[in-house]
Design a protein around this ligand. Structure first.
Ligand code: 5GP
Length: 189
């Protein structure tokens, strides 16, 4: 019988790579996999719910929580602050299940410093052109934010070789299966 141990998974990838969709699909097939809710200073998008998609905080509130050491990691991404609260990680890890942090590359390396046993997974778009198409069709970004997200995408993709595994999101069904297989593989190690 194989032995399964709960792990801390960090999942990164450029905006528009489909991280959120892939993680949601993996969790449908593996509901025990936990997911942290991050805090951010960016404005909620239409349909986003406070406490469910993010904890939406003011700049002052975010700064107060940094001063009180309430974050496992935090970073400035696309002009806003994003961070993982210690309370999210400790409560969800205590349940004995594996946990996913869907965060940017800067945050990923901070988590790896703090938890060296964390597994870093990178979701790669098939190409920059396809990434741009996806971001434009999502329609959630201003022209300025789109330009910023595309510039950041190239920088993030250049760091993918520092991750433990890379999953290319070229086909939703295939990529979901691969991500789930990769997660199960690490849990068996
Ligand atoms: P979005 O604004 O599209 O929801 O997220 C933008 C970026 O912020 C994504 O790359 C996402 O992974 C990253 N992000 C979301 N939550 C966190 C977090 O808690 N910490 C860090 N470092 N990045 C985050």
């Amino acid at each position: 019988m194989s032995c399964v141990s709960p792990k801390l998974f960090v999942i990164s990838g450029p905006s528009g790579a489909g991280k959120g969709t892939l993680v949601a699909r993996v969790r449908e097939r593996y509901p025990e996999l936990g997911l942290t809710v991050s805090a951010t200073t960016r404005e909620p998008r239409e349909g986003e719910v406070d406490g469910l998609n993010y904890y939406f905080l003011s700049d002052d509130e975010f700064a107060r929580r940094i001063a009180e050491h309430q974050f496992v990691e935090w970073a400035e991404v696309h002009g806003h602050r994003y961070g993982t609260l210690v309370s999210e990680v400790s409560s969800k890890l205590a349940s004995g299940q594996s946990l996913v942090l869907e965060i940017d590359v800067q945050g990923a390396f901070q988590v790896k410093e703090r938890f060296p046993e964390a597994v870093l997974l990178f979701i790669m778009p098939p190409s920059l052109d396809i990434l741009k198409e996806r971001l434009v069709s999502r329609g959630s970004e201003t022209a300025e934010s789109l330009t910023l997200r595309l510039a950041n995408a190239e920088r993030e993709m250049a760091l993918a070789d520092r991750y433990d595994d890379v999953v290319v999101n070229d086909d939703l069904e295939r990529s979901t299966k691969e991500l789930l297989d990769v997660i199960k593989k690490h849990e068996r190690n």
